[in-house]
Design a protein around this ligand. Structure first.
Ligand code: CNA
Length: 269
């Protein structure tokens, strides 16, 4: 889209205009899509960042290619690299939610969060206080696990993994595996959005990457990311806030008048 094309909904393509749109009360169904970039500030590496990402640091695991770590047939031959990575990503007291996570919880508290679609498996959205019914964990999570040889659930917890002798893997979606049913059932909520926020994702993994395109043409879409991704910049109401997502979110909160509430909520997590 060129600079002369006027937006359809926003006053102008800027973060200030997005803040005004939220302040005006016209954004009551905000749909958010997130990825590993909202958790890097918590100390969890993402996949694709050039030097800090996991893909750039997996050489020690001797993988044919980085993606093999999430490949089911490779996992059957050699589950070790995945287990090493899982130990790194495993949620727990080790990681604290970021300002971006706190912002999502604030949206939910104010009744503005229509649905949060996350690719993350670290459960930090829940830790920040986003209600479970407002979250679709599109790539699964560590919350459940099952034996991949016979499909039994919660294998480790019930000791079934040992009984059947099969491999136990957390309910994290591997390449080629189906996404959870909730993703397909709830993704049409994106069409109901009056505002879409996309944060910290390279939008490289399908079908998740197609979600922002399901929004109606006149629905403003805001990207908080280090780099431009997906189809951002092709629509009249696309706003790109390039840089650290916590910084972008803080700026938005400040312009809406939520700064103190956001900082307080984050400090108390
Ligand atoms: P990705 O492909 O690694 O992309 C991350 C994106 O975030 C990139 O575009 C970065 O430029 C951007 N980014 C990194 N740090 C910041 C920051 N501080 N502020 C703004 N932008 C930033 O990760 P995706 O989530 O897009 O890829 C999907 C995979 C990654 C999913 O299947 C996840 O399960 C998987 N993953 C999840 C976690 C986690 O749960 N925290 C960690 C690593 C990978």
């Amino acid at each position: 889209i060129d600079d002369d094309t006027p937006p359809l909904t926003l006053r102008e393509r800027s973060l200030t205009a997005v803040a005004d749109f939220i302040k005006s009360g016209k954004a009551r169904r905000i749909v958010v899509m997130t990825g590993a970039g909202i958790s890097t500030a918590a100390g969890i590496p993402d996949f694709r960042s050039p030097t800090t990402g996991l893909y750039a640091n997996l050489s020690a695991l001797n993988l044919p290619e980085p993606e093999a770590v999430f490949d089911l047939s490779f996992f059957r031959q050699n589950p070790q690299p995945f287990y090493v990575l899982a130990r790194e990503l495993y949620p727990g007291a080790r990681y604290r939610p970021t300002v971006s996570h706190a912002f999502l919880a604030l949206l939910a508290r104010r009744g503005l969060l229509h649905m949060l679609f996350t690719q993350n498996i670290d459960c930090l959205e829940r830790a920040a206080g986003v209600p479970a019914e407002k979250i679709v964990e599109a790539h699964g999570s560590f919350a459940g696990q099952r034996c991949i040889d016979w499909g039994g659930g919660d294998g480790a917890e019930e000791g079934e993994g040992e009984v059947c002798g099969g491999l136990v893997k957390p309910d994290i979606v591997f390449f080629g595996e189906a996404l959870p049913r909730a993703f397909f059932e709830l993704s049409p909520m994106t069409k109901e959005a009056d505002l879409v926020l996309v944060m910290g994702t390279s939008l490289q993994v399908h079908p998740f990457a197609g979600l922002p395109n399901m929004a109606e043409e006149e629905t403003p879409r805001v990207l908080f990311n280090l780099e431009q991704v997906g189809s951002f910049g092709t629509r009249a109401d696309d706003v790109m806030v390039l840089g650290d997502c916590d910084a972008g979110v803080r700026k938005l909160a400040e312009e809406i008048g939520w700064k103190d509430e956001l900082e307080k909520a984050w400090r108390e997590l």
